[in-house]
Ligand binder design. Structure first.
Ligand code: PLP
Length: 427
C-alpha cells in the first residue's frame, strides 16, 4: 500500500508512510500510551455517518434516534446528543446512560420485547417520547402502569412486515417466526384495541427489519407494507403522528457495498412523496451505520504458533472484546499497524487467549507480523465494546476518541479490582 491510503470501509483510517493512523493520530502511539487491547474511534467518521442521514433528510421532518446498543459509551452518546439526535433504548440501564449525558429524555424511544414494569414506570416518569410496543400483553402492562401513575403512555406499535432483510439469521428481525413485533395481519386489531385504552396515547407506527442490510429492496418492501398499514389505520379514524422505519443499514466489513444513508433516504422519500407521506414526521433508529466503521481495536501479537494444519497468530484481544466472529461468524479485516512490504506474508488463523475454540477473530489471514508488533481489527465501532464481557476474568479494554490530531481516553481499562468489587466470600 502507498502513501496515505484509506482502508476500505474506514475512510478515516489510513496508512501514512506505512504507519496506520486514525485521523491524524498514530495508532502505535496510542498502543504505547494506553496498552493493548484498546478501542480507538474516529469522531469525524461518526459525524460524517450522521451527516449522510441528515443530507438525505434535507427539507424533511425527520430525525435520527441513535440505537445506542451498538455502542453506548457515554462520550459517544454525548457526541450524538449534541448533534440533535434522539436515542433508541432497550433497557433501564440505557435510559440511565441517556440521562447521565444530560440528553433530552423527550427524544427517547424505548424498544424491546421484554420491558419490565419497573422499566416502563421509570420511562414514564422521565417523560420519554414513546414506547415501541412489541406484543398485546406488553400493551396491557404499559396501560396498567400508566394508569397507576395517572399518566398516558405514548406508544407506537412495532409491526413485523414479513420481509427478508437478506442478512444473517441472528440479525434478521422482520420475518414471520421471529420474536419481534406484531404480525402484520394482527396490527389493525391491536391499534383499535390500543385506541380504547385509557392509559395509552397512540403516537405512531414502527418497524425494524434487521441489521447489516446492504441493499435497498428490503427497505422498499417494508416501506410499502408499513404505508399500507398507515392508510388502513388512519381510515379507522386513528391518526399517526410519526412513522418509524427502524435501523439496520449495513456497513462495509469486507467487500459489501451498502448504499449510503443519503442515497437510501433520498430514494425512500421519493416513495413517501408518491404516496403522500413525504412531509410526515419520520424517524429512523440507526446503530451500526453510525459507529461501526469509526472504530478499530488495536491488539498486540503475543505468539506465532506453527501448527500441523494451520499457523496461529495469538493476539491479546479475544472474543470477550470482539464477540462478533464467535457469535455470527462475522468478518473483520485485520491489518498490521506498521506495514513491512519487504517481508513475506504467512497464512494465519488469528485467535485470542480465551479457553474456547470459538475464540477466533479471523480465519486464513495473510499477515506479516512478528511477536510484539500490533495489529488493528477494523470496523469494530459497533457491537464490540457494547457486547464485551469479562469472560476468563478479563478486564474490558479502554476506549479512546480521536478528533483530528488529538485523542482522549473516554473509558479507562477495567482492572481486576473493578471486577471483584461485587463479589462476597461466604461466611
Ligand atoms: C438494534 C436495533 C436497531 C439498530 O440496528 P442497526 O442494525 O445497528 O442499525 C434499531 N432499532 C431496533 C428496535 C433495534 O433493536
Amino acid at each position: 500500500m502507498t502513501h496515505a491510503q484509506a482502508l476500505p470501509g474506514s475512510p478515516h483510517v489510513h496508512y501514512e508512510n506505512h504507519r496506520l493512523k486514525v485521523e491524524g493520530v498514530s495508532l502505535e502511539h496510542l498502543a504505547k500510551e494506553h496498552g493493548t487491547p484498546v478501542f480507538v474511534y474516529s469522531k469525524a467518521s461518526m459525524l460524517d455517518a450522521l451527516k449522510s442521514y441528515q443530507e438525505g433528510f434535507k427539507g424533511r421532518n425527520a430525525r435520527v434516534h441513535y440505537a445506542m446498543k451498538a455502542n453506548s459509551s457515554l462520550a459517544i452518546l454525548q457526541l450524538f446528543a449534541r448533534q440533535g439526535c434522539g436515542f433508541d433504548i432497550v433497557s433501564m440501564g440505557e435510559l440511565e446512560r441517556v440521562k447521565a449525558v444530560g440528553a433530552d429524555m423527550g427524544l427517547v424511544i424505548f424498544s424491546g420485547v421484554g420491558k419490565t414494569r419497573a422499566e416502563i414506570r421509570r420511562a414514564l416518569e422521565e417523560g420519554i417520547f414513546c414506547f415501541n410496543v412489541e406484543s398485546v400483553p406488553e400493551l396491557e402492562v404499559i396501560n396498567d402502569v400508566a394508569l397507576q401513575l395517572n399518566k398516558k403512555a405514548p406508544i407506537s406499535i412495532r409491526v413485523n412486515p414479513n420481509v427478508d432483510a437478506q442478512t444473517h439469521p441472528y440479525i434478521s428481525t422482520g420475518l414471520k417466526g421471529n420474536k419481534f413485533g406484531v404480525a402484520h395481519d394482527d396490527t389493525l386489531k391491536l391499534y383499535q384495541h390500543a385506541h380504547t385504552l385509557k392509559g395509552i396515547v397512540i403516537k405512531g407506527i414502527d418497524c425494524h427489519i434487521g441489521s447489516q442490510i446492504t441493499n435497498m429492496s428490503p427497505y422498499l418492501d417494508a416501506m410499502h407494507k408499513v404505508l399500507d398499514l398507515v392508510d388502513a389505520i388512519e381510515q379507522l379514524g386513528i391518526s399517526l403522528s410519526h412513522i418509524d422505519f427502524g435501523g439496520g443499514l449495513g456497513i462495509q466489513y469486507a467487500d459489501e457495498q451498502p448504499p449510503s444513508a443519503q442515497n437510501v433516504w433520498s430514494e425512500l422519500f421519493k416513495v413517501l412523496d408518491q404516496r403522500g407521506y413525504g412531509q410526515r414526521h419520520i424517524i429512523v433508529e440507526p446503530g451500526r451505520s453510525l459507529v461501526g466503521n469509526a472504530g478499530v481495536c488495536i491488539s498486540e501479537v503475543q505468539y506465532l504458533k506453527p501448527g500441523e494444519q494451520k499457523n496461529f497468530c495469538i493476539i491479546d484481544a479475544a472474543m470477550n472484546d470482539l464477540p462478533r466472529p464467535a457469535m455470527y461468524e462475522a468478518f473483520h479485516d485485520i491489518v498490521p499497524l506498521t506495514e513491512h512490504p519487504e517481508r513475506p506474508t504467512e497464512l494465519y488463523d488469528v485467535v485470542g487467549p480465551i479457553c474456547e475454540s470459538g475464540d477466533w477473530l479471523g480465519r486464513e489471514r495473510h499477515l506479516n507480523v512478528e511477536v510484539g508488533e500490533c495489529v488493528a481489527v477494523l470496523s469494530t465501532g459497533a457491537y464490540c465494546m457494547s457486547m464485551s464481557s469479562n469472560y476468563n476474568t478479563r478486564g474490558r479494554a479502554p476506549e479512546v476518541l480521536v478528533d483530528g490530531a488529538s485523542s482522549q481516553l473516554i473509558r479507562r481499562r477495567e482492572n481486576t479490582e473493578d471486577q471483584l468489587q461485587f463479589e462476597r466470600l461466604v461466611d
